[in-house]
Design a protein around this ligand. Structure first.
Ligand code: ARG
Length: 729
């Protein structure tokens, strides 16, 4: 008897390991049929046409891009209701909040459609995806230099972009895949009127804060809701209009109340931003040893300054909530990624792959050797430059432009340059025409004034600038800084605090009233003598004209090496299906609901429950507090249809889908095309995932849709929102 049991068990294991497949790959929807058989085997029961069709309404019509891809959302009612993450709606919610009507802190649910508030971002629906590789590369001759190739690609791309922009509401992305081995056109329809419908209090939507971020077990209700509005004819509009009405979508996802179990099929659709899965060993080393530690150091310092002021004043706290979240998210990300890459020896694994590549090249004919023989040398040459100079570039993004006013002042320095150009013009007509341009620029600055200063707190920015410039001067050699800047600083005896004092005392760019006064009576002179504008302008010019060009040869070498290396991989493993790196274009990933082992002797379950929320609860804590009424609602166990008979309420769950930043807010969909969850994070043990996918470790963390419904219905009492949805029982 015992033997039979073991045999059966053994057999079951063979089967399940066959099914529990490593699910790397963010696949292109237009090529769905390549993966379809396997998806069916794992539990998909829809037809390919029901999933992705460009002629008839299909599931893909329920997936939206937020803005130009900062997050993903999905349509879940026939009135254009959109579900996304709390951390995706965060900035919009914060901007709609004040200390007296603090929707971020207390949550918000519109009672009627009239209470839905303009969100300030657009959503885009995918119209179609077209493989344009042959058109783009058709004109590239075999002997073309890299420069000639790039010229043809750019020209063809521009042509095709125009060709596919059939409507004013369309926006076309030409996407390079596999480092230029393939090209796809993505055509979107953009809806500019999106409104906030509701969100849970921050203590639910960001439960666990930075402590739990990027980690499992997780208990965060990371969701918020918006609505797409359209004209009376159900057409996309560029902006908000009082006359607009809720959009009637081509498709909306039914919401499943049936629950989620280990082994269930799960697919995720959305807009992953960027991955670097084909990165060379040299690139990994550059990231772990040089680039990432610098980012972590700079971000931590910035966060400390934010937090110091935020803790002193509620208004400042709200002003910097979204800025803080943004800096903190990738502060922790880079810590985890460096650790993960090292612990999993990703550099070593890449080196082994490169050795196999070399062997393949050497075992080939003369043509193969000629084509691929230089690839690794190109990487070495390129990374010599990157290793030496990358920090000068990283510090520009993180430290120099990490000071808020600098970007704004750099823009004003362009305006100063426009005035200078005006001066050199001779003809009256040319002058007049250029003046129109200047006036337009000024107008756009006027319009942007509120956005620039609404959440600007000068003492923070000033202190950040002192800290950032101190790092910059200490860590970046003089030869990789603008000579003009070195000279300017010398005027202040290299005393950074003194220099920053002078900038803040003598720049319109750090003060709304001064900026407004200038914009109402603009003059070239005022810009010329503005110290902030002068400083930001010299930094910007150096970046564009000196620093960037230092990398152009190295970048070209690396790009070519990437393209050849991937081409070689295709030839080395003709049977293997390769997925292109994420690049903010619509993709899907499929797999299963699945637990994992985070380390020796440990096993994590694939779901968390209300019990865990209450265990983590710390009244008054900044990260683990709960809103008023939550504990009572939880303890009443009034879960209704949202939990199975006799079970606790499920909160979050895991699946082995392959996602990254930009996928936040993506729907997790079962085999029938119903929504079971909302993806919002990855797990700590696999933070190396954007560079190397680890099938045993990498998981997607999602909110169980039933917890979302409970929060809306039982916690917030906004049942009317749930009633809009199509519930699948
Ligand atoms: N790590 C998540 C992502 O990048 C964001 C989570 C937001 N939550 C937080 N506590 N910061 O998708």
């Amino acid at each position: 008897m015992k033997k039979i049991v073991t045999l059966i068990l053994g057999f079951a294991l063979v089967i399940s390991s066959q099914f529990a497949k490593a699910d790397e790959g963010m696949w292109i929807p237009a090529l769905l049929t390549n993966n379809y058989a396997e998806m069916q085997r794992l539990g998909l029961t829809m037809t390919p046409e029901q999933v992705y069709s460009i002629n008839n309404s299909s599931m893909k019509d329920a997936i939206v891009r937020l803005g130009s891809g900062f997050c993903t959302g999905e349509v879940i009612s026939n009135q254009g209701l959109i579900l996304t993450n709390h951390h995706c709606g965060y900035s919009a919610i914060q901007k709609l909040s004040t200390t007296t009507a603090n929707h971020l802190k207390n949550g918000y649910w519109a009672k009627t459609k009239a209470d839905e508030k303009p969100a300030g971002f657009s959503v885009s629906f995918l119209v179609k995806i077209v493989d344009i590789t042959d058109q783009v590369l058709g004109g590239v001759s075999a002997k073309a230099t890299e420069e000639e190739r790039a010229g043809v690609v750019a020209e063809k791309s521009a042509e095709l972009k125009k060709e596919y922009s059939e409507s004013d509401a369309y926006s076309v992305d030409i996407k390079e895949m596999f480092a230029g081995n393939k090209y796809f056109a993505y055509v979107y329809e953009v809806f500019g009127d999106v409104r906030l419908v509701g969100n849970p209090p921050e203590s639910v939507g960001k439960y666990g804060g930075d402590t739990d971020n990027w980690m499992w077990p997780r208990h965060t209700g990371d969701f918020s809701m918006f609505r797409v509005y359209a004209s009376k004819e159900n057409k996309a509009t560029k902006d908000y209009s009082v006359d607009n009405i809720p959009y009637t979508p081509k498709h909306h996802l039914p919401v499943s109340l049936k629950g989620v179990e280990q082994g269930d099929f799960a697919m995720i659709w959305g807009f992953p931003g960027s991955t670097d899965r084909y990165l060379s060993s040299y690139g990994v080393k550059n990231a772990t040893d040089i680039d990432q530690p610098a980012r972590v150091k700079i971000r931590r310092t910035k966060l400390d300054i934010y937090e110091k002021y935020q803790s002193q004043d509620e208004t400042v706290d709200l002003m910097y909530a979204a800025k803080h979240a943004q800096v903190a998210n990738y502060w922790k990300y880079f810590i985890g990624q460096t650790r993960g890459l090292k612990r999993l020896n990703v550099e070593g694994k890449k080196r082994a792959e490169e050795a196999a590549f070399t062997q393949w090249v050497n075992s080939g004919d003369a043509a193969r050797k000629a084509k691929f023989g230089q690839v690794l040398t190109m990487y070495q040459d390129a990374y010599k430059v990157y290793d030496e100079k990358i920090l000068a570039q990283t510090y520009f993004g993180e430290a120099i432009y990490g000071v808020e006013f600098t970007r704004y002042a750099a823009g004003l320095s362009r305006l100063r340059d426009m005035y200078a150009s005006l001066d050199t013009m001779e003809s009256k007509e040319a002058k007049a025409a250029f003046q129109v341009k200047i006036d337009k620029t000024i107008e756009s600055y006027k319009n942007g004034l509120d956005a620039q200063f609404k959440d600007y707190y000068q003492p923070i920015d000033k202190e950040v600038m002192v800290a950032m410039l101190t790092y910059y001067v200490n860590d970046i050699p003089e030869s990789l800084r603008p000579a003009e800047f070195n000279k300017l600083l010398a005027k202040y005896k290299n005393n950074i605090a003194k220099f920053v004092d002078a900038v803040f005392a003598n720049s319109m760019a750090v003060d709304k009233d001064k900026s407004a006064a200038f914009l109402n009576a603009p003059s070239a002179k005022a810009l010329k003598k503005d110290l902030g504008v002068t400083y930001a302008g010299m930094m910007f010019n150096y970046y564009m004209s000196d620093l960037q060009p230092m990398f152009s040869d190295a970048a070209a070498k690396r790009d070519l090496a990437d393209r050849l290396y991937i081409d070689a991989l295709f030839q080395m493993n003709p049977e293997k299906a390769y997925a292109p790196d994420a690049n903010s274009s619509m993709r899907f990933t499929y797999g299963q609901v699945l637990e994992y082992s985070p380390g020796d002797a440990m096993q994590y379950k694939h779901f968390t429950t209300m019990k865990g929320i209450l265990e983590k609860y710390q009244p008054g804590d900044a990260e683990f507090d709960l809103p008023a009424g939550f504990v009572e609602a939880a303890k009443s166990s009034n879960y209704g249809e949202y939990a199975k008979e006799g079970e606790d309420l499920r909160v979050c769950f895991l699946s082995n889908n392959d996602i990254t930043g930009g996928n936040s807010g993506s729907p997790v969909i079962n085999g029938k095309g119903e929504l079971i969850g909302l993806a919002f994070d990855g797990n700590w043990e696999a933070m190396s995932g954007d560079i190397a996918f680890e099938p045993e470790l990498q998981r997607t963390i999602s909110v169980d849709i039933r917890y979302v419904l409970w929060c809306i219905d039982k916690l917030a009492g906004a049942k009317h929102i749930v009633d809009e949805m199509t519930l699948a029982r």
